[in-house]
Ligand binder design. Structure first.
Ligand code: GRF
Length: 194
C-alpha cells in the first residue's frame, strides 16, 4: 500500500522538517514527504530535503495579486503531488481561508508554547515576560484563526531561572523534534476527519 503523502511548508532553518525526515527514515513514521515548499529561495531547510532526495519547490509569496492568489498556487502544487496532510514547519505566512478550505482538518502546525497560551510571534519571550514556570510545544490543526485550531499533542518544558528567549527556545525545539513526527503519526492513524 502506498504511504500517506505529506507536504511540508517551510520558510527557514527547517529543523522540524529534518526531524520528520529522520522519523520516516527510522520507520517511526510511516509516511512519505511528497514535496517541501519554501516561500524563501535560500531557506537553509531546503538542503535537508535535497539531501534526502525529496522534491523541493520555491514559491515566493511576492508578486501575487493577493494572499488568496498565492495560496491557490500553493494548493495546486500540493494537490498535484497527491498530498493528504500539510505540515507547516516554520512557515512564516498566514494561510487564507482559500488554503484552509482546500485541506479541511488536513493542515498541522507546530508552535513553541502551550497553546492557547502565547500565540503569535515570540512565544518564548511572551512566556518569560509572563513569569511562566512552564511552557512547551503544541502541534495543532490549522483553522482560520491564528494558532487556534484543535490541539493534537502538547508537551511541557520547564522554564528555568535565568532562561533567555534563546535558551528556552532551544530546549523547546528539542521537544518539538520528537513531538511533531509523533503528532503526524497520530493524525494519520486516526485517519479521515482529524
Ligand atoms: C519552530 O520553533 C516552530 O515551532 C515555529 O517555528 C520554528 C521553526 O523552526 N513554528 P525550524 O525551521 O523547524 O527549525
Amino acid at each position: 500500500m502506498s504511504r500517506p503523502r505529506l507536504g511540508v511548508l517551510i520558510s527557514g532553518r527547517g529543523s522540524n522538517l529534518k526531524a520528520i525526515i529522520d522519523a520516516i527514515a527510522a520507520k517511526r513514521l510511516d509516511a512519505e514527504i511528497a514535496i517541501v515548499i519554501s516561500n524563501v529561495a535560500d531557506a537553509p531547510g531546503l538542503e535537508h530535503a535535497r539531501a534526502a532526495g525529496i522534491e523541493t519547490e520555491v514559491i515566493s509569496h511576492r508578486g501575487h495579486a493577493s494572499r488568496e492568489d498565492y495560496d491557490r498556487v500553493l494548493v495546486r502544487a500540493l494537490q498535484a503531488r497527491g498530498v493528504v496532510l500539510v505540515c507547516l514547519a516554520g512557515f512564516m505566512r498566514l494561510l487564507s481561508p482559500a488554503f484552509v478550505d482546500a485541506f479541511p482538518n488536513r493542515i498541522l502546525n507546530i508552535h513553541p508554547s502551550l497553546l492557547p497560551k502565547y500565540p503569535g510571534r515570540h512565544p518564548q519571550q511572551q512566556a518569560l515576560d509572563d513569569g511562566a514556570t512552564v511552557s512547551g510545544a503544541t502541534v495543532h490543526f490549522v483553522n482560520k484563526n491564528l494558532d487556534a485550531g484543535p490541539i493534537v499533542l502538547q508537551r511541557e518544558v520547564a522554564v528555568r531561572p535565568g532562561d533567555t528567549a534563546d535558551t528556552l527556545a532551544e530546549r523547546i525545539l528539542a521537544v518539538e523534534h520528537a513531538l511533531y513526527p509523533e503528532a503526524i503519526r497520530q493524525v494519520l492513524e486516526e485517519g479521515g476527519s482529524g
